[in-house]
Structure formats: C-alpha cells, structure tokens
Design a protein around this ligand. Sequence first.
Ligand code: NAG
Ligand code: NAG
Ligand code: NAG
Ligand code: NAG
Ligand code: NAG
Ligand code: NAG
Ligand code: NAG
Length: 428
Amino acid sequence: MKILILVTILFTIKMSNSSCYWNENCHYKQFSSKTPYEFVRGDIRDSVVMKPGCKTISLWGLVRHGKRNPGENFVYKMLDATLLKDYIKTSHEKGDGIMCAQDVDNLSNWIIDEDTFHNVHQIAKEGYEEMAGLGHRFSAVFKDLLISTDEKNYTLRSAYGHWLENSAKGFIQGIGNESLVIDKPHKTYDIIAPYESCNYYMKGVKQNPEIYKEPTKYQDMTEFLAVKEGIQKRTGINYTLTNENITSLYDLCRYTSSGTHKKLSPWCALFTTEDIKVLEYIGDLRHYYRNSYGTPVNKIFGRIPLTDLLETFIKAKNGKGNLFTIYFTHATMMDMVYTALGLFKDEVPLTAEFRNDTRKWRSSKSSAFASNLMVTLNRCIDGDETDYNVVFYLNERPLDLICNNGECSWREFEEILKPFVNTTLDFC
Ligand SMILES: *[C@@H]1O[C@H](CO)[C@@H](O)[C@H](O)[C@H]1NC(C)=O
Ligand SMILES: *[C@@H]1O[C@H](CO)[C@@H](O)[C@H](O)[C@H]1NC(C)=O
Ligand SMILES: *[C@@H]1O[C@H](CO)[C@@H](O)[C@H](O)[C@H]1NC(C)=O
Ligand SMILES: *[C@@H]1O[C@H](CO)[C@@H](O)[C@H](O)[C@H]1NC(C)=O
Ligand SMILES: *[C@@H]1O[C@H](CO)[C@@H](O)[C@H](O)[C@H]1NC(C)=O
Ligand SMILES: *[C@@H]1O[C@H](CO)[C@@H](O)[C@H](O)[C@H]1NC(C)=O
Ligand SMILES: *[C@@H]1O[C@H](CO)[C@@H](O)[C@H](O)[C@H]1NC(C)=O
C-alpha cells in the first residue's frame, strides 16, 4: 500500500513537471483569423431548424474563403524562422532550454510542405477541403435547393481574388455538381466587398497606422513581453527575439497545423496556452479596429450585403427569387456584417491595457477560415395559413444571438434589416 502511494506521488510529480505539447490532451486551438474551420464548426446536418409544415424555399450565405497560404511578405519571414528548427535541436542537445524531448524530435522531423510555402497566397489544399465539406453538408440538408435546379435561379459568386474563386469551386465540388455556374467576380465594385473600392476606407482605415495603435501598444505590455521571454527560455535561444520573429513562429504554428487532418504543428510546442491566447488577442484587436466596432464607419459596409439578403428573400417570398445565393468573401466583410447586426459587441471596447478573457469579440470563431453566415427562408403551411420565418446560422449552428435562438418571424427579420436598405457609400 505504502509503495503504491509512493509510486502514485512520484508519478504525479513527474506528470505535473512535464508540460509537453505532444501528449497534452486539450490544446488551445484558436488562432485568430488563421483558425482551421474544423476547430470551430458545428454541423448543419445536426443543427438545422425545421418545424413541421415548413419548407426552406431560399438559402442565402456569406462565406469566408477556405484556408489560404501565407502571402509573400510573411512567407519569407516564416522561411527565415524555420532555421530555428536546427538551433533548437542543438540547444536541446547541449542541455539548454526546457522543451520536452519528443517535442524537439517532432520539430526536428518537421519538413517544409511545398504547397504552403510555394503557392503564395493561393487557397491551400485544406482550404479546398474546408469548402468541399461545407458544400457537401449543406447539400445533404438542402437537397431540393442545391441539387435539383435545372434553371439558373441561383447565384454563386466570389469577390475578386483567385483564392476566393477557388473557394467557390471547392464548394460546388462538395455539392457534387460541378456544372453549377459560378458568376464572374466583379472587379471594380461588389456588394460583397464594397470597402475595397472605397478610398476613405482603404487609406483612412486599412492602411492607417493609427488603426493599429492598440495591437502595437499591446506588444509592449508585460503580458506580451512574457511570451517572448518564455519562448527564449523554452527553446534556449540566447539572443533577443524580435516581435517579427514571434509572429513568424506563430504563423509557422498556425499555418502548418491542419484541422481537416486533425494534426497540430510541432511549431506550436514553442508556445504555452497562455502564449496562444495573447497572440490571439493581437488578432482580435486588429480585427476590432480595422473591421469592426473600433472604427464607426465599418458597420456601414456591413449593411450592403444585408440589404441584398432582404431583397433576395422578399423576391423568393413572392415566388421569383433565387433558390440559393452564396457569396465567397473576405474576413473583413464577415466582420463588417457582424458589426452591422450588432453581434459580439462588448460593453467595454477592446484595448491594449486589458485582455478580457470573456470578451465577445473573437476573431478565432467569427473569422476562422471558411467561417460562414447562412440564412434560410422557410415557408410554413398550417391549414389555409401560409407563414414565413427566417433562420440564421453561424458556422453551422443556429445563431442564438438573433431573435429566438436564431429563428426570426418574417416581421422580426424585416425589422432588423429594413433600416439598412437606403445605405449609401457617398463618403467614399
Ligand atoms: C509528435 O510525436 C508524437 C509521438 O510520435 C505524436 O503523438 C504527436 O502527434 C506528434 N505531433 C505533435 C504536434 O505533437
Ligand atoms: C528575426 O527578426 C529579424 C528582424 O526583426 C530578422 O532579421 C531575423 O532574420 C529573424 N530571425 C529569424 C530566425 O527568423
Ligand atoms: C447539375 O447542375 C446543372 C446546372 O444547374 C443541372 O442542369 C443538373 O441537373 C444538375 N445535375 C444534378 C445531378 O443534379
Ligand atoms: C549562443 O548560442 C550559439 C549557438 O549555440 C553559440 O554559437 C553562441 O556562442 C551563443 N552566444 C552567446 C552570447 O552565448
Ligand atoms: C427555379 O427553377 C425551377 C426549375 O425550372 C422551378 O421549378 C422553380 O420554381 C424555380 N424557383 C424559383 C424560386 O423561381
Ligand atoms: C469582459 O467582457 C464581458 C463581455 O463583454 C463583459 O460582460 C465583462 O464585463 C468584461 N469584463 C471586464 C472586466 O471588463
Ligand atoms: C428608402 O428610400 C425610399 C425612397 O426614397 C423611401 O421610400 C423609404 O422609406 C426609405 N427606407 C428607409 C428604411 O429609410
């Protein structure tokens, strides 16, 4: 008995001493806007809300593109950072650093994946899979709408950009009918990316350093400095890492992790859960000020696609509308739509001084790769009475922040969206 207790104690001490990434059970997998969809999605096949006597007559959706590879600026920095792989191994062999042997092994066995580093800014293989999965699950639920359409009473269109166009292709591949027609993207102006042709936004917000004041300031706060120090201690790196180096290592962790294949990257072993939360917050601050509540003009852009939603459903209700309307766009547009709808709004604005772990604004959930807002129009017949309702879904779960757990009467739906109909972008 005594021996058993002793063994138990020793075992417990050993276990609590080792914080290894490879055998940790519950990884924190929220990587801001580079979160794989698989980590945040529900499943429409299980969550669809369908009352007896009701039938979905139109589906409208706004979908962020699937996982794409890093852009040119980032790829070179990430490649530089991969040199640390050998450094970490050497330093571990010398007894420096405190990483677990298996984690160092995993990192040392890690090989550069050609797709990620060579097809700059293209949709990744996983991005295709995310899109195909989405198309597949939606077509399983809304067969009548998505599959048996002989006339072109549907719209499939992406905003401008090859990784968006390829996302649309992935989606129809998932539906299983590649003869569905994807409309050409609108190069100069589109309701699904109206800010892109707005100088006021591109110059005054997106490219304005003032907008990034809070995330920049956060990188001088104790919390962030502790992340840097921790990584150096863990890896045994004996020079001072720059903020850019941290970003590159974080990018290596999140871009080379896979949701669809349920494989986290060994680069993530450089970070603790707290580190990942700190880095996630930098992403949240950027999204908050660049695309959302942090800057008043952002919500106005969100009203443009929402007006399209209202008009589409009014037409469908009158028997002349699309069976489905699916747009593929950027995280920026998704954020702006959430903002127009007043979703995920914190009472206290997000700032560098205080990271609120119970904040509502979470780019990892709302702007993950392939994140999507899908809305159904349902016709319900009860005896002689015909009624309509509208259900909102976010990432394949009913959007419980709207109406009654995501389910709106037609009147509620109109009340939410009508105020947006005369939105103009004159200020651009
Ligand atoms: C590292 O190696 C272990 C043992 O082979 C494995 O279980 C684990 O999934 C690997 N990857 C990561 C990221 O830990
Ligand atoms: C660290 O960042 C600096 C610039 O901030 C860069 O010159 C250097 O190559 C980076 N090192 C690694 C290993 O990424
Ligand atoms: C695929 O879509 C085309 C064009 O909308 C349609 O004509 C055809 O019937 C569809 N095929 C199947 C198998 O649903
Ligand atoms: C840092 O580590 C490298 C590689 O292990 C070594 O060559 C170098 O002398 C060390 N520098 C300092 C200042 O300790
Ligand atoms: C779409 O086209 C099909 C096939 O012609 C037709 O049965 C259906 O009524 C049309 N739907 C709408 C909403 O116009
Ligand atoms: C954190 O955010 C939640 C949600 O917005 C809010 O209710 C709470 O008051 C915030 N906490 C602090 C200390 O600001
Ligand atoms: C939008 O403009 C039209 C035409 O001027 C007007 O009739 C309508 O009431 C306006 N709607 C809203 C919600 O402002």
